[in-house]
Design a protein around this ligand. Structure first.
Ligand code: AMP
Length: 496
């Protein structure tokens, strides 16, 4: 067989989870999760993984890729499932490496859910939290270990874990790991694993670097690609507003107060700005929290949990912290800054419009960074519709930075400005009251229960989006056909 083969070339894609021959405990977990039909990545990956093949998969979060590798890996672990309490009966047999703590946690949740009916044990280890409880858990033994590379090496050094019996290795978001400079860590971890093993690599893109990595550690892999490179989901409505930098805060607050956006992620390019924006929104009565690399792991986990629970309306995030996040029912993404790396735009807006639901992607740009918008359009090979956002005067007056307000006051006061000068003579308290009456902190719109139900492929195909031909999740046997939705790239900064 050639170095790689494409799964769709040789496989009949199963229409049902029953066709894979998965262990009954796993089928039960699938049914409890409410999944009725494999997503395309699952349809193509599960069979080869069960057969013990190495797999190289191009798929992003949102395509069902976690279950695509988790379900067959757990199936392969089933013969080793033991009720014994002896740690010796629970060696690490499957190692899943992820670039970020959030993703590790999310993958671990999936693994635990799918293995709930079996005695298989799963543990997760990542940095930024106390190492002692992780050490104790590792010493008790687990068949499936999910880890970020740095913390895993700490445990290896402390001899808390032995990887000599690992027979399946998964590299999740491998492109991201390379970007974050984890290659030396990966090489060290690989040196502790048996040479004879099954290896799976998942990445948003098959860049030359990823192909090089694949050549070094995959053997004769089945290559699966379910996404068109750098495509954006057809379920996401995009719009770009030209907003001068000093009006971005007013624009953001106006959008949040006037639009029916129940939950959104606001993307900022810097950690400092993310924290500041969250504070400013909170002052306006909009529940908001920031998530970025300067926050402790505990804070990040807590923030994410409250966001996922719908207690927080706006999550202000930097790219690294939000990568790979799976938040059900996210209405929109607002790029208050355009990303410097065009591929990040695709990742950012991929947080919304997931699993067939619709979403809004709003971007602010200005004369100063219009070139970034062009880079994005070049990458996604489509223009982003531009529109004018008319920000009511009272928002401008209220949220314009004081330096801009003074500048505006110095240059040409028209009647309208005079009116506002008069208005300014009111006490701040009065102004706040009248403003609040007109623009009360928008209550989060009730979240449609639909979004909390697991994605149902059958329902999705039955109700296509009214305007755009919604991509279907229906597996296909069509040769080389690109099936799924999102792909993209590489934020450069490990710490952002
Ligand atoms: P992932 O790409 O792994 O982050 O998964 C995205 C979302 O799709 C998660 O919330 C999964 O629970 C959900 N999901 C995964 N597989 C299926 C399926 N076959 N049917 C419906 N939902 C799924």
């Amino acid at each position: 067989m050639s170095a790689t083969e494409t799964a769709t070339d040789s496989m009949q894609t199963p229409a049902s989870f029953n066709d894979f021959g998965l262990h009954p405990d796993i089928l039960k977990a699938i049914s409890l999760s409410g999944y009725t039909k494999p997503t395309p990545i699952q349809a193509q990956a599960i069979g080869p993984v069960i057969d013990g093949r190495d797999v190289m998969g191009a798929a992003q979060t949102g395509t069902g890729k976690t279950a695509a590798f988790t379900l067959p890996v757990l199936h392969r672990m089933m013969p080793f499932a033991s009720h014994s309490t002896s740690p010796a009966r629970h060696p690490v047999r499957a190692l899943i490496l992820t670039p970020t703590r959030e993703l590790a946690d999310q993958v671990a949740d999936n693994v635990k859910r799918y293995s709930d009916s079996s005695p298989l044990r799963a543990e997760v280890v990542f940095g930024g939290v106390d190492i002692a409880p992780q050490r104790d858990a590792l010493r008790r033994g687990c068949e499936v270990l999910i880890a970020t590379p740095g913390r895993l090496l700490d445990h290896i050094e402390q001899k808390n874990v032995n990887l000599s019996q690992v027979n399946v290795l998964v590299l999740d978001e491998a492109d991201r790991m390379l970007d974050m400079g984890f290659m030396p860590d990966l090489e060290r971890i690989l040196s502790y694993l048996p040479k004879q093993r099954q290896s799976l690599l998942f990445s948003a893109t098959f860049s030359p670097e990823i192909r090089k990595l694949a050549r070094t550690f995959l053997k004769d892999p089945v290559e699966i690609s379910v996404a068109a490179n750098n495509a954006t989901a057809s379920t996401v409505t995009q719009v770009a507003y030209k907003i001068p930098e000093d009006k971005r805060k007013a624009a953001l607050i106006y959008l949040l107060k006037s639009q029916d956006l129940a939950q959104v992620i606001v993307f900022s390019n810097t950690k400092i700005a993310a924290s500041r924006i969250a504070r400013e929104l909170a002052k306006e009565g909009i529940t908001a929290e920031s998530i970025h690399g300067d926050k402790s792991q505990m804070e990040r986990t807590r923030t994410l949990e409250s966001f996922k629970a719908g207690e927080v309306r706006v999550l202000v995030a930097t790219d690294v912290a939000a990568r790979g996040l799976d938040v059900a029912g996210l209405d929109g993404v607002i790029n208050i800054d355009l990303p410097y790396n065009a591929e990040d735009y695709v990742h950012r807006i991929g947080r919304t419009g997931r699993a067939g639901a619709s979403g809004h992607a709003i971007a602010f740009y200005s004369d100063k960074n219009e070139n970034l918008l062009h880079d994005i359009e070049k990458l996604i090979k489509a223009p982003i519709p531009k529109d004018e956002l008319v920000i009511p005067e009272e928002f401008l007056q209220r949220y314009l930075p004081s330096s801009s307000r003074e500048r505006q006051a110095r240059h040409g006061r028209d009647d309208r400005n005079h009116r506002h000068d008069k208005h300014d003579r009111h006490s701040r308290h009065d102004r706040h009251d009248s403003f609040a009456k007109h623009y009360p902190a928008a209550k989060p719109a009730p979240i449609d229960e639909f979004f909390y139900r697991p994605y149902d492929a059958a329902k999705d195909t039955a109700t296509p989006a009214p305007q755009e031909a919604k991509r279907e999740w229906t597996p296909t046997t069509g040769q080389g056909e690109m099936l799924a939705v999102l792909l993209g790239g590489r934020p450069k900064n490990k710490n952002s």
